[in-house]
Design a protein around this ligand. Sequence first.
Ligand code: DOR
Ligand code: ZN
Length: 346
Amino acid sequence: MQTQVTLRRPDDWHLHLRDGELLKAVLPATTQHFARALVMPNLVPPVVTAADAESYRQQIQRAIPPASPFEPLMTLYLTEATQPDDVAEAAQSGLIKAVKLYPAGATTNSDSGVTDVTRVTAVLEKMAEIGLPLCVHGEVTDADIDIFDREAVFIEKVLDPLRRRIPGLRVVMEHVTTIEGVNYVSENDQSLAATLTTHHLMINRNHIFAGGIRPHYYCLPIAKREQHRLALRAAAVSGDSSFFLGTDSAPHLDDAKESACGCAGVYNAPNTLSCLAHVFEEEGALDKLEGFVSLHGPAFYGLPVNTDSITLEKRSTPLAADEKLQTASGPLTVFDPGHALYWHVV
Ligand code: DOR
Ligand code: ZN
């Protein structure tokens, strides 16, 4: 039985770091294991201009633990007022690595997002011209569409028509949660990729309601049926370079989660690599873990792979990780996969 795996140091291609005190509280869990992370721009107010991204980057930089070489990779939040030249300058200076499309109203802090993608054509055409990826929250927002169908409908009604209209546009379908998403990405060319979260590989929609309502498993896109979870796992371990890790670690304080109208988001940064080693071992695919967490993402984004490495070791004693992170504003619950984890980052 394999009890050790050494990988080039991983990157997280979809991460919510927040700002202020919460940023300081959650950042060390990521910098401990990851070399880089693509930082989501859905702050309040959102990161919409190059100037916003530069000031957010500096705030993150100040919160990085001393001596850590961690590098935040910045994104811009696409609005209907986004200027193509501002985006192009931010990309050309190296400040941003992607632009994020939130359909307005789709998820946490998405109110300033896009109501109709045809209204941002000029920005998307500029991005296609300069090769800057668009990261997409792929769910329609129409209340008439069932929450479990919103990703599949988005692909058919929004994403596929958009990619046909602007064929050079490079797109990452973020946190794919369905068979339809997996198939759409695997059947398409190198201009399309997808991130997969840790938690969607481990829970299906039943976990959200097992013995009562479990707000810490509520995120968007919502976890789907078991058949979808199995398709995501198959994609993650397939070795197909179109799929890579984006944890979507999205911290919300317990009082915001455990509420009559709880926020969407799973905070998984602290134990993500232990979870993933568990999943890849279950799938008999530990040899595919490095591609998924360390190689496919940089290849898509045209960045060098990391040069140092980390080792995971399977021990007989379970990971004694804290269930909660105590922050200045209150506790924050860490993702619980529902069973012990034996893979330790050493
Ligand atoms: O569950 C989610 N939480 N999905 C998102 O798209 C946003 C995120 C957040 O920022 O909390
Ligand atoms: Zn997210």
